[in-house]
Design a protein around this ligand. Structure first.
Ligand SMILES: Nc1ncnc2c1ncn2[C@@H]1O[C@H](COP(=O)(O)OP(=O)(O)OP(=O)(O)O)[C@@H](O)[C@H]1O
Length: 233
């Protein structure tokens, strides 16, 4: 469904992504792992074209995304939840969800406000509260829910468990597993190996913008040297 081939991305002269190639199959949940500064956020930004790869290709269902404006990438069916939660603090939870509403898309799960409240019961309880009155974890859930209102076929979550209370992390894991059960394709970037193992089918590890491992968590467990070299555990 998603394929990166020999992607090279830069910030000015700094060469960040180095010939990065990987693919994500339809319905898969893949964890992009790596230390602080490994290039996880840059990878996601290079998929949605906030960062423009200088060379290489990024395709979604065979369609080239490199060079497209980000709003077109979103319309092509990619939902992106950045690390810094972006909710409208002066709008209520319900209003925030309405802002995200987009038409349904072929081959992607269709979301309603009710279905999202079922997925995130906390949001239902706080549906009339202003965004600014929510905890960090609830804001993270609201950002994910609002993105789902766009009915994406691929969801990119940048470090969804970072800085969030353990009880909310648990709810988040549960929600991601339900998204997978609905057939959504998900890529999460993570430093938390435990969280990644609970929700993802496969791990891709990067370091200095280059791929160091791509395989199952069983394969990763059999290679402690990889974990020790590239992950903070
Ligand atoms: N806007 C920018 N301008 C210049 N360099 C940047 C910029 N954003 C990130 N970098 C650098 O690019 C490299 C990769 O950063 P990136 O944010 O992709 O890593 P990450 O794996 O997501 O780490 P983190 O967990 O800290 O978000 C780092 O060396 C970082 O300092």
């Amino acid at each position: 469904m998603l394929e990166l081939r020999d992607v090279n991305s830069f910030y000015g002269k700094a060469h960040i992504l180095q010939d990065l190639s990987f693919s994500v199959g339809r319905g898969e949940v893949v964890a992009l792992l790596g230390r602080n500064g490994a290039g996880k956020s840059t990878t996601m930004k290079s998929i949605i074209q906030i960062v423009r790869p200088r060379t290489g290709s990024v395709t979604l269902a065979g369609r080239e995304l490199v060079g497209q404006p980000s709003y077109r990438v979103a319309r092509a069916g990619i939902g992106y939840v950045p690390e810094d939660r972006r909710i409208f603090t002066a709008l209520t939870v319900l209003e925030n969800l309405e802002v995200g509403r987009q038409p349904r898309r072929d081959g992607a799960p269709v979301w309603t406000v009710d279905a999202l409240f079922e997925l995130f019961p906390n949001l239902y309880e706080r549906r009339n509260r202003l965004g600014k009155a929510m905890s960090g974890g609830e804001q993270q859930m609201l950002t994910i829910a609002r993105t789902l209102m766009g009915n994406p076929s691929l969801l990119l979550l940048d470090e969804p468990s970072e800085g969030i209370a353990p009880v909310i992390v648990e709810q988040m894991a549960h929600a991601i597993l339900r998204l997978k059960a609905q057939g959504l394709t998900v890529m999460i970037s993570e430093q938390n190996l435990h969280f990644a193992r609970v929700v993802a089918d496969r791990a891709i590890i990067i370091e200095s913008g280059a791929k160091k491992f791509d395989g199952s968590f069983e394969e990763l467990a059999a290679k402690p040297e990889i974990r020790d070299a590239y992950l903070a555990v």
